[in-house]
Design a protein around this ligand. Structure first.
Ligand code: 5GP
Ligand code: ZN
Length: 111
């Protein structure tokens, strides 16, 4: 989608600090981190929410979770981390391209 900031990052049209990329996903640093380590894992295909999942998209997300689990220790997340997927504006979703927040690098409060 030509107006989507994450599509532009994926296309290389705007810069990002990428820590991982394959054919299906890219992982880069959030521009406004809310934890010591704050990464975004983003499927390369543009869609907004889980309501739009297909079997193929679900497969990409499953592999993304597996990749996050495999990479976590090398990204400074060996002490634990949190995954967040904001769904819709009421939840705080500001970028209409599905993404998984990866938060960690320090103890995280809960509740
Ligand atoms: P949301 O609020 O949609 O769940 O998360 C969107 C995230 O994308 C926010 O944490 C925001 O800081 C991040 N973000 C927005 N624009 C950019 C950008 O141009 N580059 C990077 N690296 N992150 C961005
Ligand atoms: Zn997009």
């Amino acid at each position: 989608m030509e107006t989507c900031v994450f599509c532009k990052i994926i296309a290389g049209e705007i810069p990002s600090a990428k820590v991982y990329e394959d054919e299906e996903i890219v992982v880069f640093k959030d521009i406004a981190p809310i934890a010591k380590i704050h990464l975004l894992a983003v499927p390369k295909e543009h869609y907004k929410t889980l309501a739009e999942l297909t079997d193929a998209r679900a497969g990409v997300l499953a592999r993304a979770l597996s990749t996050i689990g495999r990479l976590a220790p090398s990204l400074g997340l060996e002490g634990g981390y949190r995954l967040v997927v904001n769904q819709g504006e009421a939840a705080g979703q500001t970028v209409p391209h599905l993404h998984i927040h990866i938060l960690g690098g320090e103890p995280l409060a809960w509740g």
